[in-house]
Design a protein around this ligand. Structure first.
Ligand code: NOJ
Length: 574
């Protein structure tokens, strides 16, 4: 047994489960299996953006106490795992993706003991815990970076980062002209102890997030050790932040105009595979299938799939699907490409409708152009939230019926829209500031969840709690968990029912996927021999294919027909 962990590394990673009756009137979720070594292949993973999930101590910021108080909600929702965005000690220059200490919980969220208790409590309910690991960069408050700044150019401390002399007279020019992922420069100049300008250091994101040098053995060792630290504490997997940015071309060339695959100086370099083979070996050293999930934004799906070879990552987020508009041909194309790319490496596809970086689906799907890209967010363009909600409901059934694992971003199960009118003085996202306000930033999808309807707010914290760190729109009262729990037509009910059936219908775990011909504006497919999914993206209601039972529909049928912008699950034989 490891100190304070409550988890014995040498015992199988298995709990005997007793799922108590659900606290509400719904059909109770069936206990998820924690014994299956392939659990991750079909898992439903719920993403917790911890600052905004639930506030346990009443200071206006979400925390571990808040999550612990809502584990019953997550069990009732029917998820297999929760993924925490960074919970580490951090100055929050980028919402926690600037980690000062990878082995400590930020005091705003709780402490290590609480994290360990949460991991055990969740597991006892059949819910595994996945945590974010941020390997590309650290916080400028991390002890390694402080030591590097305090050391001379050429010192071993600086070797763990990318410190370089500037070019041109006085070293005034940046070593390269790469553009930051958050727009702007990627180099910041240091100041020498005597006040003169010093070397420059590289940061692909903000200056508060200096990039690590992954050619350095200390860096490799350190992160494998961080993985062990958390696996020892019972976490079931890690989500790898900016997973294809870690390795840089040490020659630091300028960006070629059309880099061939593997030639980009900072993206998708071949050396990454060796790093992830090392991580996989660490994960495989633990019982119970500890998993690695990569945040991989790559347009080249074959390069993407290379990270999913059997000795590398288990899964990666399918952002291609997430970016596609509400259009049958587009979605079908993405599904085909995704399934075809994953098959040769025998990795499960993942299905993702949103996350803490992108526009909420209800808002996106209500727009005339419902695609998503960081370069064209269409923030503030008109949206029809009723339409967006109908489509988001249909999309929830669609992704839950596809083969692979499912990622749900907190609040999507409530149908929360993007908040597009946050007061400017409350915005915290560096993406907004670094673009000089051109990019709206990502705070609009990070607004704290509405739980209860109270005279003084929406129950983000306990009675009498402080104001949430971002204000919740007053009209979210109708979307609060409390309101939706008593409304069988709500998004929350739909999600609970979808996840309950997903677990109960064996074809959805293992049934072979096969398209059915239903016309150009309908997505219809079978899973195995007895289950059919239909999504109607056309202009009018359609006849359903022959079936024995209607299991679930995202909207009531109209005279037995499936209305537009809706999905249905059908049993086609017993
Ligand atoms: C991707 C994360 O999802 C995002 O929130 C963060 O800002 C960047 N990586 C940098 O860590």
């Amino acid at each position: 047994m490891h100190a304070n962990t409550g988890v014995d590394r040498n015992e199988p990673y298995v709990e005997s489960l007793r799922i108590e009756d659900a606290p509400t009137g719904h059909a109770t979720q069936v206990a998820p299996s924690t014994t299956d070594p392939d659990w991750w292949r079909t898992a439903v993973v719920y993403q917790i953006y911890i600052r905004s999930f639930a506030d346990g101590n009443g200071d206006g910021t979400g925390d571990l106490a808040g999550v612990r108080s809502r584990l019953a909600y997550l069990k009732e929702l029917g998820v297999d795992a929760i993924w925490f965005t960074p919970w580490y000690r951090s100055p929050l220059a980028d919402g926690g993706y600037d980690v000062a200490d990878y082995r400590a919980i930020d005091p705003a969220f709780g402490d290590l003991g609480e994290a360990e208790a949460l991991i055990s409590e969740a597991l006892a309910l059949g819910i595994r815990t996945i945590i974010d690991v941020v390997p590309n960069h650290v916080s400028d408050q991390h002890e390694w970076f402080a030591a590097a700044l305090a050391s001379a150019p050429g010192s071993p401390e600086r070797e763990r980062f990318w410190f370089r002399d500037g070019v041109g007279p006085g070293g005034d020019g940046m070593p390269t002209h790469w553009v930051s992922e958050f727009t702007g420069d990627t180099w910041t100049r240091t100041t020498n102890p005597d006040g003169t300008p010093g070397q420059w250091y590289l940061h692909l994101f903000t200056p508060q997030q200096p990039d690590l040098n992954w050619n350095h053995p200390d860096v490799r060792r350190e992160f494998e050790d961080v993985l062990r630290f958390w696996f020892d504490r019972g976490v079931a997997g890690v989500r790898i932040d900016s997973a294809v940015l870690l390795v840089k071309d040490p020659a630091l060339p300028e960006l070629p105009e059309n880099p061939a695959p593997g030639e980009h100086p900072t993206v998708d370099r071949d050396e990454l595979h060796d790093i992830y083979r090392g991580w996989r070996a660490v994960a495989d050293g633990y019982p119970g299938a500890r998993t690695l999930v990569g945040e991989i934004w790559l347009p080249d799906i074959d390069r993407f799939a290379k990270y999913l070879r059997p000795d590398e990552l288990h899964m990666a987020f399918n952002f291609d699907f997430m970016g596609r508009p509400w259009d049958a041909a587009q979605l079908r194309d993405s599904i085909d490409t995704t399934l075809a790319a994953h098959a040769p490496v025998d990795a499960p596809s993942t299905w993702v409708l949103s996350n803490h970086d992108v526009t909420r689906p209800v808002t996106r799907y209500g727009r005339a152009d419902s695609s998503f890209a960081f370069t064209s967010k269409r923030f503030g363009t008109p949206t029809d939230l009723e339409l967006g909600t109908r489509r988001a409901r249909a999309a929830a059934l669609l992704v839950a019926a596809l083969p692979g694992s499912l990622y749900i971003y907190q609040g999507d199960e409530l149908g929360l829209p993007e908040v597009e009118d946050l007061p400017l003085d409350l915005i915290q996202d560096p993406m907004h500031f670094r673009s000089n306000g051109v990019d709206p930033g990502r705070d609009g999808c990070r607004v704290p969840l509405p739980w209860r309807i109270t005279p003084d707010g929406l129950g983000f914290g306990p009675v009498g709690a402080g104001t949430p760190w971002l204000p919740q729109p007053a009209d979210w009262a109708a979307l609060a968990v409390e309101a939706q729990e008593s409304d069988a037509s709500s998004m929350l009910w739909l999600y609970r029912e979808t996840l309950r059936l997903r677990r109960a219908i064996s074809e959805l775990a293992a049934g072979e996927f096969r398209w059915l011909d239903a016309g150009p504006s309908v997505l219809s497919f079978a899973r195995g021999d007895g289950f059919v999914h239909v999504t109607n993206l056309g202009d009018g209601a359609i006849e359903l294919p022959t079936h024995t039972d209607l299991l679930l529909a995202s909207r009531p049928l109209e005279n037995g027909r499936l209305p537009k912008d809706s999905s249905a699950w059908l049993r086609t034989q017993h």
